[in-house]
Design a protein around this ligand. Structure first.
Ligand code: PRP
Length: 186
């Protein structure tokens, strides 16, 4: 097993637990999309690892495309208005679209993207999120159709999720030590 990174306080999900969750999501999608050819829309960058695993757990034919967005406003808080830095190469009109995201926090990014893609007239559009943050007394702007796990309201890294572009390559999902993001000077 991978040794724990010194900046990580606690492991939330091991590689095996992640695999189990993603397999379940893949099974659900396989069942729901029988006879269809869904287009998976991966939102870069965080979702690329989850999406790579998810499509291999989906047993119906599917296609993948990528979109990259950057949020306006402060780094740590989503403003809800996103700028498309890379748009899809695929036309989604008439397609069964599944948006994949690594994490849903305020839900503003996904809510914006959902409306944007819906306006392009896909046949259907659903959201598949690996992790949703459990924020007390706060309702996310949008609810995923497929959800892997609910995580505590902490700084989550690994399995594609970063802090300052680091830790995406950790095999597990973990909580970052608060001193890492409170003492960063560069
Ligand atoms: C993360 C995540 C979502 C968004 C969720 O992206 O991938 O896109 O934040 O936050 P929200 O629900 O409050 O809108 P981030 O901006 O960290 O970019 P990244 O995917 O490139 O790491």
């Amino acid at each position: 097993m991978e040794t724990i990174h010194p900046d990580v306080e606690k492991v939330l999900l091991t590689e095996d637990q992640i695999h189990e969750i993603v397999t379940k999501l893949g099974d659900q999608i396989t069942k729901d999309y029988a006879g269809k050819n869904p287009l998976i829309v991966c939102i870069l960058r965080g979702a690329f690892i989850f999406t790579a695993d998810l499509i291999r757990a989906i047993k119906v034919p599917c296609e993948v495309d990528f979109m990259a967005v950057s949020s306006y406003g402060s780094e740590s808080q989503s403003s809800g208005v996103v700028r498309i830095t890379k748009d899809l190469s695929t036309k989604i009109e008439g397609r069964d679209v599944i948006i994949t995201e690594d994490i849903l926090d305020s839900g503003l990014t996904l809510s914006y993207l959902y409306n944007l893609l819906k306006a392009r007239n896909p046949k259907s559009i659903r959201i598949c999120v690996f992790a949703v943050k459990d924020i007390p007394n706060k309702k996310a702007a949008i609810k995923p159709d497929y959800l892997g796990i609910t995580v505590p309201n902490a700084f989550i890294v690994g399995y594609g999720l970063d802090y300052a572009e680091k830790y995406r390559n950790l095999l597990y999902l973990g909580v970052l030590k608060p001193e890492v993001y409170s003492s960063q000077k560069d």
